[in-house]
Design a protein around this ligand. Structure first.
Ligand code: EPU
Length: 424
């Protein structure tokens, strides 16, 4: 993968996308599932792993912790071995998901030292629920010098945990810990995202005894040891959704292969409301734009609701629809950073608190813009492909964190997009 810190995308807009595009393995499933190898006493081999900056960071973290992790063409192998306990600041600051090593480290080493993740562009994103869940299982924490020190000298014990909100990362940390805890853990109000189900399936493949994944209550009967296995990561529903929007916003038609449509019901229903045709065929999901998109309102919610990770892309689509649509962001407090950039491209959007009113415009026009986070960046690329003229998207290292070969996949279906390497 290429990708310097100062790289930009140059997009010449105005072409409808047509052709076939294949979805990669899921970033947000691969991250916790790779971290879970810390809890495994054996070698693990993963397939369908996307080649992304965050995945490379995770492999680096596993190596720092003493597990030999190697990435090659969609495969990652992690060797069993002696492990350290520290996730250093320099790494955690580049990827918040590093905090997911806390649960498996406590389970396996009874000790962990993990840098406290800072805030990020989309909100404060505290980890209080992760810590509370692990405390219920007997862990003790101190916060010192920017690090979380965790200990459970007598091991983790099964517990009854009720989350204050259905947190994805919190559920994942608790799940990895509970798999090796002594006794039974009942977790209530857990996140129901498909990535949680994939993690639970992986742990079960290693010998864990987890039931209820995908519902609000998960029951885990702790086991003494998790064994190595081979596992294929689920496809990325957010990448797939981004391609659906790409077909709609450009007035094109895309066949999307390896599309996990069953995990994307809310997104597919919402896109149909805009007039798009989305049909299941033997070869994949066929998505076609109508002659004129219609506006629709959307509210982000925990799964099975409309995902916050599709909010920015959907907003870009609304910019080209007829009428007004209201976008309500319920998960993160500051996830409208793309609005001002879209406005620079001619969009008509007004934000009030957690809502944005988007009035469709006749045309978007190219402009220099900046990606503030991963999904905002994707939305700007989509808007650029649909706009008239040239758009330069800066800070695409955010996009490189989560979309595998984004520009190659888009070019292959007709987008005029190229990467410019600029000196750091
Ligand atoms: N929250 C707390 N306390 C906690 C944990 C979460 O207050 O201890 C709050 C958060 O601040 C947020 C809400 O709960 O307002 C939901 O956060 P959650 O923990 O569910 O999110 P996450 O685990 O940090 C994952 C994805 C995000 C995705 C969210 C929501 C990964 C690595 N990240 O984050 O993905 O937006 O779930 O679905 O799985 C992305 O891929 O672009 C991305 C940001």
């Amino acid at each position: 993968m290429s990708g310097g810190l100062m790289d930009s995308f140059l997009v010449e807009g105005g072409t409808p996308l047509r052709g076939t595009v294949e979805v990669s393995g899921s970033k947000n499933a691969a991250l916790p599932i790779l971290m879970a190898s810390i809890a495994v006493d054996g070698d693990v081999s993963y397939s369908n792993v996307p080649d992304l900056r965050d995945i490379r960071t995770t492999a680096k973290l596993l190596n720092i912790l003493g597990r030999k992790a190697e990435m090659k063409e969609g495969q990652v192998s992690v060797e069993n071995g002696e492990m350290g306990i520290e996730a250093p600041y320099d790494l955690v600051k580049t990827m918040r998901a590093s905090v997911l090593c806390l649960g498996p480290l406590l389970a396996r080493k009874r000790e962990a030292k993990v840098s406290l993740p800072g805030g990020c562009a989309i909100g404060a994103r505290p980890v209080d629920q992760h810590l509370l869940a692990l405390e219920k299982m007997g862990a003790e924490f101190d916060l010192q010098n920017g690090y979380i020190y965790g200990r459970c000298p007598n091991g983790l014990k099964g517990a009854h945990i009720s989350f204050a909100m259905p947190t994805v990362g919190g559920t994942e940390n608790a799940l990895m810990a509970a798999a090796l805890a002594d006794g039974e853990t009942i977790m209530e109000n857990v996140a129901r995202e498909p990535e949680i189900v994939d993690l639970a399936n992986f742990l079960n493949r290693c010998g864990a005894r987890i039931e209820g994944q995908g519902s609000s209550t998960i029951r885990v009967r702790g086991v003494d040891r998790l064994y190595g296995c081979t596992y294929s990561i689920m496809p990325d529903r957010i990448e797939a959704g981004t391609f659906l929007v790409a077909a709609g916003i450009t007035g094109g038609e895309l066949l999307i292969k390896n599309c996990p449509a069953g995990d994307m019901v809310a997104v597919i229903e919402k896109l149909r409301e805009t007039g798009m045709s989305i049909e299941e065929t033997a070869d994949g999901i066929l998505a076609a734009a109508p002659s004129q998109l219609k506006a629709a309102d959307v509210s982000t919610n925990p799964h099975p609701g409309f995902p916050t990770d599709m909010q920015a892309q959907f907003m870009a689509l609304l910019c080209r629809a007829q009428g007004s649509g209201m976008v309500q962001e319920n998960i993160f407090e500051n996830r409208f950073m793309h609005v001002q950039e879209l406005v620079r491209m001619g969009a008509d959007i007004h934000v009030k608190g957690a809502s944005a009113m988007v009035r469709g415009v006749q045309r978007l026009e190219g402009a220099p813009v900046m990606a503030s986070d991963l999904r905002a960046g994707a939305a700007l690329v989509l808007a650029g492909i649909a706009a008239e003229g040239e758009t330069k998207i800066q800070r695409i290292y955010h996009i490189d964190r989560g979309y595998e070969r984004f520009e190659d996949k888009l070019s292959a279906v007709g987008a005029h997009i190229s990467r410019i390497h600029e000196q750091d």
